[in-house]
Design a protein around this ligand. Structure first.
Ligand SMILES: Nc1ncnc2c1ncn2[C@@H]1O[C@H](COP(=O)(O)OP(=O)(O)OP(=O)(O)O)[C@@H](O)[C@H]1O
Length: 588
């Protein structure tokens, strides 16, 4: 969905509904403007003493018909436009969602979830309101205005009296031109403050368990209060100018009515116009006041929605920074190895170098273990292998093909990535495990769960694999979540598997069982295991030690232990000592 085409595309598809609605508005107003004329004629008959019982009944029936006709056509016109307005909401929300799913990780780290939700809710609704309510009221008011003037002229009301009476209304465009941009700017500030509030609320609800455990509810309330205060401040700024604007327009209507009463009254007593004409004129001017008030609302709402449309436009014109080449290739990842050549990377111009001159050769079917202190760049290296961030050209090759030349689908569908904090969806456990392919046979789901050592835990749940997560507060423990996410990776049976610290939350015995299953399952397939515990990677064909973005050691477990001064041997000694303490076999 291209930004600037958001509205034009929509109107191109729905113009005929708007055309129908417009015709109904026209008919409804043509009917409506007869009402003051009929009352004017009634007054003249009354004054001339021509009224009979039959004439009174005729007038009453006529007024009833005018009322019913007006309501029916006006109702149909409004319904049609409201209906397409909802359709607009549906189409744009779908388009936004598609756009979001194409954006890269960098986009999500810049835009919080709350901000994106605010686009979804507030901005789309603001635009919808102005193209449905705005259209209805503008169409209504404009037609009523034209029809009323025509009827006044046709009724024999002198043109100079009409001109004098509607003169104050001609100031409206000038007021709009002056106040419109101010309203729009303040509206944008309100929308941005609302976006910020949704973002803060989303984060605070997400982190409510941490907040409670640290007993810092007061601080959080204060922080949230500040965000809400900002909205109030911005909304008051908007309300000040928009109320002034909304009040000014009916005020002009009142002036018009005063002129009609004074000037029209004078012309009636000097016998220039009939009493019926005077009654009709005042009714017409009164009739115009409501639409004028509505026009004020519409202009306000259009200004607000222009601010929202601008935000939506900006968002939709953003392109993902991960771009697939036109001639991108799909290759079989199991055929070749993975090569990393002199890879250096930083997240942005202002950020430090997270990886420096990394060289790696992962032969097909082998296991690579990666260990290193926290923040040493292990996950970053994996993100580059998955191309969730773009590596420099020529730095990462699958077989002989640069990762940047592969289709994203071929790359990511052949890699099973299991992150440390695997996110689980609020659906059944079976669907979470078979996420990659929902119709996977149950046998495979169970086998993946067994290999991830989570089968028994799932079997104990009320509905076993069909248990829905999140329902009635059902949540899994950190370790159970991690193993469910591991099963989700294992079931993919992909040529390349990356376990990014995926067994960190399980006890040593379970870890040992999981690693044994993985060794068996992944035999002959490329596997990369990132871990903080040596026990999880010591079986690997090669182990690299990362420190501050640099590979400081590489070799097999046995080779690395021989480098006694190395980081690996030091980590090994510390972890061994820890486990001896834990099992009570320390000699010290
Ligand atoms: N999206 C990001 N934008 C900017 N800097 C980032 C981003 N993600 C990570 N970093 C920085 O990159 C460095 C390496 O982070 P990375 O997550 O790769 O480390 P790690 O070795 O996986 O750590 P851990 O063992 O704690 O998971 C850290 O200094 C981190 O602050």
């Amino acid at each position: 969905m291209k930004s600037k085409r958001l509205l034009t595309d929509f109107f191109r598809k729905t113009w005929y509904i708007y055309a129908f609605s417009l015709s109904f508005h026209l008919i409804s107003n043509l009917i409506n403007v007869f009402y003051p004329k009929v009352l004017g004629e009634f007054t003249d008959s009354l004054q001339l003493g021509e009224l009979t019982r039959a004439i009174i009944i005729d007038y009453s029936v006529l007024l009833l018909l005018i009322g019913v006709g007006h309501v029916l056509f006006n109702g149909a016109a409004m319904y049609l436009v409201m209906y397409v307005g909802r359709k607009f909401e549906f189409i744009v929300r779908g388009g936004l969602f598609r756009h979001f799913t194409q954006m890269s990780e960098r986009f999500y780290s810049k835009n919080g979830v709350g901000k994106l939700l605010s686009y979804f809710m507030n901005d789309v609704t603001a635009v919808r309101e102005s193209i449905s309510m705005g259209f209805n009221q503008t169409a209504n008011a404009t037609m009523l205005f034209i029809a009323a003037i025509t009827m006044m002229l046709a009724s024999g009301i002198p043109y100079y009296l009409i001109l004098a009476s509607v003169l104050p209304l001609l100031f409206i465009p000038f007021i709009v031109v002056y106040l419109g941009p101010i309203i729009r700017k303040r509206s944008l500030e309100v929308q941005e403050a609302l976006g910020k509030m949704t973002e803060t609320a989303e984060e605070q609800f997400g982190g409510i368990r941490v907040t409670k455990k640290f007993a810092v509810e007061g601080i959080m309330q204060h922080r949230f209060g500040r965000t809400v205060d900002q909205i109030r401040h911005n909304q008051l700024r908007l309300v000040r100018v928009s109320s002034f604007f909304q009040a000014l327009i009916p005020f002009l209507g009142t002036i018009a009515l005063i002129i009609a009463l004074a000037f029209g009254g004078y012309l009636t007593i000097t016998k220039h116009i009939t009493l019926g004409n005077f009654v009709a004129l005042t009714l017409y001017v009164r009739m115009l006041m409501n639409p004028l008030q509505q026009i004020g609302n519409v202009i306000n709402s259009i200004q607000r929605s222009r601010a929202s449309l601008h935000r939506l436009d900006e968002l939709l014109s953003q392109q993902s920074d991960i771009v697939e080449l036109d001639n991108a290739k799909a290759i079989d990842l199991s055929a070749g190895g993975i090569r990393v050549r002199d890879l250096s990377f930083s997240y942005g111009k202002s950020s430090h170098q997270v990886l420096k001159n990394i060289d790696l050769d992962i032969k097909p079917g082998t296991t690579l273990g990666i260990i290193g202190r926290t923040g040493s760049g292990k996950t970053t290296l994996m993100k580059l292998l998955l191309r969730t961030y773009d590596p420099p050209p020529g730095a990462i090759l699958y077989g002989d093909t640069d990762v940047r030349e592969l289709t994203l689908e071929s790359l990511r569908s052949q890699i099973a990535y299991v992150p440390q904090d695997g996110f689980l969806f609020s659906t059944t456990i079976r669907e979470n495990i078979a996420f990659f392919k929902r119709d996977t046979e149950m046998k495979k789901v169970e086998s993946a769960a067994r290999n991830a050592q989570i089968y028994n835990n799932i079997a104990d749940l009320p509905n076993s694999f069909e248990t829905r997560l999140g329902e009635r507060g059902l949540t899994l423990s950190g370790g159970q979540r991690q193993r469910t996410s591991l099963a989700r990776g294992l079931i993919k049976n992909a040529p390349v598997m990356i376990l990014d610290d995926s067994v960190s939350a399980v006890d040593a015995v379970t870890e040992k069982d999981i690693i044994e299953s993985i060794q068996k399952e992944r035999k002959g397939k490329t596997t990369i295991i990132i871990a903080h515990r040596i026990s999880a990677i010591k079986h690997a064909d090669e182990i690299v030690v990362l420190d501050e973005g640099v590979i400081v050691q590489r070799g097999t477990h046995a080779e690395l232990l021989l480098e006694e001064q190395g980081l690996y041997a030091t980590l090994h000694a510390i972890q061994e000592e820890g486990s001896q303490h834990a099992t009570g076999t320390s000699h010290s």
